[in-house]
Design a protein around this ligand. Structure first.
Ligand SMILES: [Zn+2]
Length: 261
């Protein structure tokens, strides 16, 4: 069995300080691929450094919406340059966030638009962060879809069935993180059963929100994606082996620059 953690922030101090052990535990849990997802120009560069050290780790580069207000001159150009690195496989995370009021919304929209255009120009997939702004996201994705095909993922999806359908209609992949395993997340597990077999992904979003039954453990780490996989597989009535296989194949298809062994 092979699992693919499509979203982890391994440059977080709680994880980078024990990175060899984190990777060893991931290997022991059959996690054969991990994406380290950038949120600023600086930690995107750190994501690349980690990816250079471990064969199963790949990096994504981007500016997360909550950090758009702190962008320094030259940061965006650095993101664009980093796409040249052989272990960079996607753009993001990008998107929009109305929950944390950290960056002006029009600045968030400007950077989301830049990531989307760059994705289409350079044929890199993109990773979307969405919090309390599903409608705004759909408007911008629809706008981008008029220019050309979209190749992206809604990361740590927590939306309702109607939003799910809009995202699927826009050819987006849908990724579930630890929250889907929480006891109170019955509605979200139901949504996870509605995602077609060829569009579903899983992730940890490490170091945040560990899944059940290790919910109390901090930090979250890629090895725990096995728990999320087991939970979603059970909800969907699929075997863990089947679910692991289809989510891993989906991840390779979306993030096609990720090398296989
Ligand atoms: Zn993230």
């Amino acid at each position: 069995m092979n699992l693919f953690d499509t979203h982890a922030h391994l440059f977080d101090e709680t994880l980078i300080s024990q990175i060899d052990d984190v990777v060893a535990r991931a290997r022991a849990a059959n996690v054969s691929r991990m994406l380290v997802v950038g949120t600023t120009a600086e930690d995107s560069a750190k994501a690349i450094e980690i990816a250079e050290r471990f064969p199963e780790i790949f990096a994504t580069v981007g500016i997360q919406p909550n950090y758009c207000g702190e962008v320094q001159p030259g940061d965006w150009e650095r993101i664009v340059e980093m796409l040249e690195h052989p272990k960079v496989v996607a753009l993001g995370e990008t998107g929009l966030d109305r929950y944390w009021d950290n960056a002006p919304f029009d600045v968030q929209q400007d950077y989301f638009d830049r990531h989307l255009r760059l994705s289409q120009e350079r044929d890199f997939p993109f990773i979307v962060h969405m919090r309390d702004c599903g409608d705004d996201i759909v408007v911008m994705l629809e706008e981008a879809a008029k220019r050309g095909p979209l190749r992206g993922v809604m990361h740590s999806f927590t939306g309702e069935p109607a939003l799910l359908q809009q995202c699927l209609d826009l050819d987006m992949y849908i990724s579930f993180a630890g929250m889907v395993t929480f006891k109170k997340s019955g509605d979200l597990r139901e949504v996870a059963t509605m995602v077609p077999k060829d569009r579903i992904l899983i992730e940890t979003d490490s170091p945040y929100l560990s899944p059940e039954p290790v919910r109390g453990k901090r930090p979250n780490e890629p090895a725990y994606v096995a728990h999320t996989a087991a939970c979603v597989a059970a909800a969907r009535g699929e075997s863990l082996a089947e679910f692991a296989n289809l989510t891993t194949e989906n991840a390779y298809r979306l993030f096609r620059r990720v090398g296989r062994d």
